[in-house]
Design a protein around this ligand. Structure first.
Ligand code: PRX
Length: 635
């Protein structure tokens, strides 16, 4: 019997038990029945979390694009694979069929090959949400080049750090991008980034906004003429199961961004299987995930998961507020979207606009609603459930991470009864554990601890590019033989999980993972700043916002504070991007520190959150008097 598509709760428990008791047999059956392999594996799984080393489907050979495209051509060649909805609703949507996707990916793959890109080379993709982004990504996979997609909202500095960290040979970008009523000079950002990337000799530029831009002779090429001249035939490179498919950067609490490395076979199997079940995708459904391909959600659930299932996946270039706050609902009505997957921050922003805007549109096509990226608060959950889902479309609150590659804890719609703010049950094959501060596993229900995973799953990241030690230290050293997620969670009386938030110095702002250290580094670069500490505080739309405590050098104190605030945020925008800007900046004479000199962020977090009733013992601080000073001047 195939366990590929789970349809009721009893079946979930049955399949779950099998996936835990006999993981190798379980995943072997899934892999065997639903994918195209050039050669089958010799061994399903080998693992050792102490190294850490994990290998799935070792010995197998495949190409993920044959599974995403070629395999569907006999039966779904004329079906829409990618449904592109442009920024401007007046521009026509573009339906790219599986046949067309095949030709366009192959042409792009040939362009890359003609420029000397080969298996294992790293390719940086810095593009807006236009078809070229999906096609370039798949073209890399076609020839075995490792794609590193960088979200096109990152700054030149952030881009160059990522290009250099993985030695990308080539950058694929566009002349610019649309963002609502604005245009963004993407190529200008690339030009600036490349001033510090000596390894990049080649830049391919897609035309999107048709502006006059600088083209560096000998380095920059317009993409379209190269594509037009390229063949639509490109043999898929033979990839080993554990060959890297992509690198995707995520922030850490300290240091530079971590290039998470995902490999081929396990990632494919797990993203396909989760997509099928968690969205209950049926042939002819139209599925829409509003994320950007620059994040893991876009990689796994705009591209690979949907396409391996032969789905129609919507690619939306624009923003939820343009031309007005009805845009998401207009798109749902226009394309009769069946599954809609978005982030709590978007739900909260749209809820604020009132239900009248939602009610103008026919949302009756919707069957499943999804949420991802941060905890969804009760109010937002109900608003989504009542006004978008009309209480008939289950909400799947999906918990997972860049590192996990695919969804880890989530209801299966129409199978798992949902509960507001709970991600509910572990997905098939996932073995969570809650740990106490002493490193003991908390058994049974009604417990609260740190969330770990105690057995490998196929789509887990295998390493951090160029720094395996950091991978081990970050994820496998806190608890023996377990992957540590960095999140806290509780398990209720029936075994449902609720994610309570990060327990480290990562702050989730509007669903984006931001490490405090890189932001502090950017702030400290301002000549008037002596020291800073960044913490998160609750925000009704963004979930969390950033609060900066800044100590000024002497000469800074005489300057206009509002100007300084603007300049500090400008430093952050240049170093990381506008998403990391501080909502509040409090200038202070000191920061609470332990005797060993560590900043007590817990106290700063409480003050920023207006939660000073229980600050704990501050008498052991090196400088307890500063706490009152900070409280008196809180913003
Ligand atoms: O804190 C958790 C939060 O987002 C973190 C992972 O961020 P990132 O790697 O950017 O991936 C986001 C998209 C998969 C997690 O450690 N998070 C993600 N989903 C949820 C969540 N927190 C609560 N509930 C969720 N459904």
């Amino acid at each position: 019997m195939s366990n590929y598509h789970i349809k009721h709760l009893e079946e979930y428990y049955q399949v779950y038990r099998k996936s835990v008791r006999e993981p190798e047999n379980f995943w072997e059956e899934i892999a065997e029945e639903h994918f195209m392999w050039q050669k089958k594996w010799d061994k399903v799984l080998s693992w050792d979390f102490s190294k850490p080393e994990v290998k799935w489907f070792e010995g197998a050979q495949l190409n993920i694009t044959e599974n995403c495209i070629d395999r569907h051509l006999p039966t779904r060649g004329d079906k829409t694979a990618i449904l592109f909805e442009p920024n401007d609703p007046k521009d026509p949507a573009e339906h790219i069929t599986y046949n067309q996707l095949h030709d366009r990916v192959n042409q792009f793959a040939n362009v890359l090959k003609n420029r000397g890109i080969a298996k294992g080379d790293r390719v940086c993709i810095y593009l807006p949400m236009i078809p070229e982004l999906a096609i370039a990504t798949l073209a890399c996979a076609r020839i075995g080049a490792i794609h590193s997609v960088v979200f096109a909202g990152f700054s030149a500095t952030a881009l160059s750090t990522r290009i250099n960290d993985s030695d990308c040979k080539i950058v694929i970008t566009s002349d610019g991008s649309y963002r609502g009523s604005k245009t963004i000079d993407l190529k200008g950002i690339v030009d600036e980034a490349l001033e510090s990337c000596p390894g990049v000799k080649d830049v391919l530029v897609a035309k999107r906004i048709n502006t006059d831009i600088h083209m560096e002779a000998g380095r920059d090429q317009w993409l379209q003429p190269l594509l037009d001249a390229a063949s639509t035939v490109c043999k898929a490179e033979v990839m080993n199961a554990e060959d890297p498919l992509f690198i995707l950067y995520t922030s850490g609490s300290t240091g530079k961004p971590k290039g998470m490395v995902h490999t081929t076979a396990g990632y494919m199997v797990y993203t396909a299987y989760t997509f099928k079940n968690i969205f209950q995708y049926k042939e002819n459904d139209v599925y829409w995930c509003t994320a950007d391909i620059g994040w893991i959600t876009g990689h796994s659930y705009i591209l690979y998961g949907p396409l391996t299932n032969g789905a129609t996946t919507v690619l939306f270039e624009g923003v939820p507020s343009y031309p007005d706050f009805g845009r998401f609902w207009e798109i749902v009505e226009k394309h009769k979207v069946n599954q809609f997957y978005t982030a709590p921050t978007a739900i909260r922003a749209l809820a604020k606009q009132g239900v009248e805007i939602v009610e103008k549109y026919d949302l009756s096509s919707l069957k499943v609603l999804g949420s991802v990226g941060e905890p969804i608060n009760e109010e937002a959950w109900h608003w989504y459930n009542d006004n978008v889902g009309k209480k008939k479309s289950p909400i799947v609150d999906t918990w997972w991470q860049t590192e996990t590659g695919g969804i880890m804890i989530s209801p299966i719609p129409f199978v798992t009864p949902t509960k507001p703010t709970y991600a509910t049950l572990p997905f098939i094959g996932i073995q969570p554990a809650l740990m106490d501060e002493e490193g003991q596993e908390l058994k049974g229900n009604q417990v609260d601890g740190r969330l770990c995973i105690k057995f490998p799953w196929p789509s887990m990241a295998r390493t951090i590019w160029g720094n395996h030690q950091r991978y081990k230290d970050t994820y496998f050293s806190a608890y023996e033989n377990k992957y540590f997620t960095g999140d806290g969670a509780l398990r209720d009386e029936v075994g449902y999980y609720r994610i309570t938030g990060r327990v480290d110095d990562v702050i989730i702002v509007s669903g984006h993972n931001l490490g405090t250290a890189p932001i502090e580094d950017a702030v400290n670069e301002h000549p008037a700043v002596a020291e800073s500490a960044i913490v998160g505080f609750p925000h009704d739309i963004k979930g969390n916002a950033l609060y900066g405590y800044v100590i000024l050098k002497d000469f800074g104190e005489t300057r206009d504070h509002n100007n300084l605030r603007k300049e500090i945020n400008q430093m952050i925008t240049e170093s990381i991007g506008p998403i990391a800007k501080l909502d509040k900046i409090q200038f202070t004479v000191g920061l609470p520190k332990t005797r060993s000199g560590k900043i007590m962020r817990r106290i700063l977090r409480k003050i920023a959150s207006n939660d000073t009733s229980n600050l704990g013992d501050t008498s052991t601080l090196l400088n307890p008097e500063v706490v009152q000073e900070i409280m008196d001047n809180v913003l």
